[in-house]
Design a protein around this ligand. Structure first.
Ligand SMILES: [Zn+2]
Length: 112
């Protein structure tokens, strides 16, 4: 898959970065919902993440039903930061498709 070029996010507002290597991940304006849970506690849903690469797609059973997801890895340090929803099978959950979960415990918040 090779090394990807890091995107340096615009600092006009809040953004989140990887706690381990400080790679920029997403500006706050991409936030969709704070009402999610990850493997490590609370997690936020974003429209997309930057500076991540996809793991293999896999089925995952969650409180809201069956989903196809792929883990999202930091391109800086390889930490699993969350996952991307590829497909939701319940009609009420399809709004999550192509959006990404970011685990809040493993990111840093920056405010400018
Ligand atoms: Zn990292």
């Amino acid at each position: 898959m090779g090394m990807k070029h890091k995107v340096y996010l615009d600092h006009s507002g809040q953004f989140y970065s990887c706690k381990r290597c400080e790679t920029h991940l997403v500006p706050r304006k991409e936030l969709v919902s704070k009402n999610f849970h990850g493997r490590h506690g609370y997690a936020y849903l974003f429209n997309k993440l930057y500076n991540v690469y996809d793991g293999p797609p896999e089925p995952r059973s969650m409180l809201t039903g069956e989903h196809i997801v792929c883990d999202q890895y930091c391109i800086g340090c390889g930490t699993v930061l969350g996952w991307k929803y590829i497909k939701a099978f319940a009609e009420t959950e399809t709004y999550k498709e192509s959006k990404c979960i970011l685990e809040m415990k493993i990111v840093s918040k920056h405010i400018f």
